[in-house]
Structures are given as C-alpha cells and as structure tokens.
Write a protein that binds this ligand. Sequence first.
Ligand SMILES: C[S@@+](CC[C@H](N)C(=O)[O-])C[C@H]1O[C@@H](n2cnc3c(N)ncnc32)[C@H](O)[C@@H]1O
Length: 294
Amino acid sequence: MTTLNTATPGASHQAIQHHYDVGNDFYQLWLDSTMTYSCAIWEEGETESALELAQIRKVDFHINQAKAKNAKRVLDIGCGWGTVLQRLVEVHGVEQAVGLTLSEAQKDWIAAKKHPQIEVNLESWLNYSPTEPFDAIISIGAFEHFVKPELSSNEKIDVYRTFFNRCHEWLKPGGSMSIQTIAYGKRKPEEVQKSLGAQFANQEIFPESDSPRLTEITAAAEGIFEVISIRNDRMDYVRTLQAWLTNFRSKRTEIINLVGKTVFERYERYLYLALLGFLTGDLLLLRLTFRRID
Ligand SMILES: C[S@@+](CC[C@H](N)C(=O)[O-])C[C@H]1O[C@@H](n2cnc3c(N)ncnc32)[C@H](O)[C@@H]1O
C-alpha cells in the first residue's frame, strides 16, 4: 500500500484514491448502471434485480428531504460518480449542481459528460470555498471518511462540528441538508475496532477512515442545525450488499482479469463482512435531515 498522508483529520486524497481509483471499469462491473455506491432504499418484496430502482429511490429521498427540487444551487459533498448531480439537474429542475470528491477517477468520469449545469471539484469540504451560497446540501456515504480511527471521540466531534459550521455558512437561511452515513451500532466503537473485520477494513479497504456514532453527529450539529428526522435503515444495507455480492461473484472472471485475484478476494471479503456488520447491528445506516438554524 502507498504511504498515506496524516495531515488531514480524515481520509486523505491518497487514501480515498486507494479505494475509489481501483478504476471506473472495476466498479462498473458490479454496481448498478447509475454507479451509485451507497445503501439503497428497498421496498417490501423487491428482489436484487431492482437495485437500480432502489438506488434512484434513495437519491430522490435525499433530494426531497433536502428540499432541493427546483432549487437554484445544490451542493453534493462526496458526489461519487455523480448520480445525485445528474438527477438534480435532469429530473428535479435544479439550475446548478456542484459536487465535491477526492477521487480523480470520479471527477474525470463526471467532467467527461460536460454537463453545463454540473460542476465537479476534486476537493475536500475542508478546503472548499464556494463563490455563492446553496439552497440545499446532500451528502451520501462520505461522512464515514471525515475522521481517522485514532482520533478520540471529542476530537471527532470537533471535526464534525467544523463540517456542520461550513455547511451552515454555505447554506442560505432556512436551508436544509440530507446526510446518509454508516454509524457504529450496538457495540462500543473500541470493541468493534478490535475485531479482525474492522482491522481488515481500516487497513485494506478504507484507510484513514472511521464511522461516527449517532451521538457524535448530534453533538456536533447542536445549536447550528435542527434535527428534522433520523432513520436507521440498516437492513436496507444488508439487501444492497447482497445485491452487490451477487453481481460481484457473477463477474468473477472479468474482475480477476481486470484487477487480479488479490483485489477480487479483498473486496469479496469486505462486502461480506460489511453485510454481517449490518445484519448483527454492529453497524447502522443513518439517514438524517437537518434544517439550518438562522
Ligand atoms: C461511498 S462514496 C459515495 C458516493 C456517492 N455519494 C454515492 O452515493 O454513490 C464516498 C464519496 O465521498 C467522497 N469523499 C470522502 N471524503 C471526502 C471529503 N473530505 N470531501 C469531499 N468528498 C469526500 C469520496 O471521494 C467519494 O466520492
């Protein structure tokens, strides 16, 4: 593995690129066609083949929660391959959608589409400074990368507080924000971190990254954002991971030809361990809606 940068409180560019820049071709083989890489929203009785529909349902959920429909400017922090950005401008009447990512492969993927209403920046929220305010902010699956595992809980809250302060500054008065993140569940983070699965994930899969606890998020937002709603949809992640694993295993030969057997086995193990984490309740999947306190 590459030597990683320790100057940032969360995952550095190098750490993110270790994961996301395995290559667009690799992720295209097992994600759905929208290239959404986060937990979907499933309905009763849906089968794994409904993955794309369930992903779009999730994206629309966040767009509604953030009151982003027909807005002038919307920010997506951790925009991945641009599903939210594209849906904002093509379906939900948004004038301009701005995305932040630390992955060069993702930035290039979005920029190649040359959509006049979409701007993508290869930049952390920590260094970003917009020229105009936003009507709404969405962040799906990025909060898990904002702090390193070795920080204390108070240090993590300080980083999250900086994040909420920035979002408060960038949002117009009364603006809303919709966040989705994995969080620690029934066991203490210290206990989970000692498990072999977590050590493997921290070292091999998501270096320099750690998930929050719900109480750290609410402590960090207190006084600047009002909590409108919180959902824990961890079983939705079990179903999403099942769908990814099925796709992943069905493309075994192509994946091994592309990235080699070691990477194939590493990802298969990570998807399966994550599935177990959500199934047992060691991991939660939170969807939180906030309104700016003016
Ligand atoms: C799991 S992906 C989720 C992508 C997308 N939101 C989705 O649902 O498909 C996490 C994203 O967060 C981005 N990210 C991580 N840390 C970030 C930071 N400090 N600033 C901006 N983006 C960040 C990564 O580059 C990546 O695009």
